[in-house]
Write a protein that binds this ligand. Structure first.
Ligand code: SF4
Length: 362
């Protein structure tokens, strides 16, 4: 698994605290530095295998076709049948981008729609409008990109239950094979959090957020989608192989400023987030060696998110008893299920997943 972090955005969305910059003048030196980092970490990438490649950001669709091709040329050969995803913003989907993608192995496109309500999009400073998202889906399909994933957000300022229902229904009507939906997080230091602190926007109450999530879960089920991870839904078999690899704690190599890597055992690496340093070829990073207890907690946090849950046999012997003891009352209340040697959240448990996970963690 290979992850490429593309840290550029044309403008900043008010809720976002991801690492990205609006300095478009640095894209060319970023691509040079990324190719150099790929060269220096070739052995690591070959060990991690390029069976899935994910270009995330930031906004990878801010790069040109030539820049995207240069990045893929610097990676080990992408094997036949690999899943190669790029994140795009709807208004970046132009003839130019689509023909640029056609010169790359990209075969899956993930688009940040967030809402189909223009007033809500304005409030969070997204640069596209609802019509752009619909147009982009149709354009990508016509170009042969059918493996599409759309992102939605709920609990946004000004997003009433009726607006959310129109968002979910509208996105499901587009009939894409994969949908992700995240509740708005009020991160420290974002424009939106400052607006909330000044009383200019209000947080959705917990009850409304939960009702929105329930509507999403029910609607996707009625459409025949599998709820395979807390925030992810897909038509049968169309799950994200890349993200599923993260949840199974498979090794991955992350290239680019701010990207993370994991050796599949206990070493996690985080590249420094200074874009200027990175573009000047100074790739600095920190390494973290996870303890047994931290590995157990990671396993709870990642695997319990998925419908596959945790295989009890894979839990280190010293933690099994504790995990099952803590899970006991949730199993009794019907919020967890222990079946065929696997422990997972039930369809009711998903709504209180954070509480259950923190109970099971050390
Ligand atoms: S949400 Fe995406 S497009 Fe918006 S600022 Fe964050 S990374 Fe950029």
């Amino acid at each position: 698994m290979i992850y490429i972090h593309v840290p550029f955005c044309k403008s900043r969305c008010y809720y976002c605290d991801f690492f990205s910059s609006v300095r478009a003048d640095l894209t060319e030196s970023y691509v040079d530095a990324l190719c150099a980092e790929a060269e220096s970490r070739r052995d690591e990438m070959e060990r991690a295998c390029a069976d899935t490649v994910y270009l995330g950001g930031g906004t990878p669709s801010q790069l040109t076709g030539v820049q995207l091709r240069r990045i893929f040329d610097a990676l080990p050969e992408v094997p036949e049948g690999a899943e190669v995803t790029i994140e795009v913003n709807p208004d970046d989907v132009t003839d130019e981008l689509v023909s640029g993608l056609q010169g790359t192995p990209v075969n899956r496109v993930s688009m940040g729609v967030q809402s189909l309500d223009d007033d809500v999009l304005v409030k969070i400073n997204r640069r596209h409008r609802s019509a752009d998202a619909v147009r982009a889906v149709n354009m990508l399909r016509e170009a042969g990109y059918v493996n599409l994933s759309l992102d939605l957000m709920y609990g946004l300022p000004g997003q009433t239950m009726e607006k959310w229902q129109r968002d979910v229904d509208g996105v499901l009507a587009l009939d894409v094979p994969h949908l992700s939906a995240y509740s708005l997080q009020w991160e420290e230091g974002t424009v939106l959090t400052r607006m909330r602190d000044r009383g200019e926007v209000q947080e959705a109450d917990e009850e409304t957020s939960l009702a929105m999530y329930r509507y999403l879960v029910d609607s996707t089920r009625k459409c025949g989608m599998e709820h395979y991870e807390i925030s992810n839904f897909c038509k049968p078999g169309m799950y994200s192989r890349h993200n599923s690899g993260y949840w199974r704690e498979e090794p991955y190599v992350g290239l680019g400023p701010g990207a993370h890597s994991y050796d599949g055992h206990r070493v996690r690496r985080s590249n420094n987030t200074c874009l200027e340093d990175y573009c000047a070829g100074r790739v600095m990073y920190a390494e973290e060696h996870l303890t047994d207890d931290e590995l157990y907690d990671e396993m709870i946090m990642k695997r319990l998110r998925t419908s596959a849950g945790i295989c009890v046999d894979e839990v280190p012997a010293e933690h099994v008893e504790y995990m099952l003891k803590m899970a006991e009352r949730h199993i009794r209340s019907g919020r967890m299920v222990l079946e065929d040697g696997r422990l997972r959240l039930s369809s009711e448990g998903i709504f209180v997943s954070n509480d259950i996970m923190s109970d099971l963690m050390l």
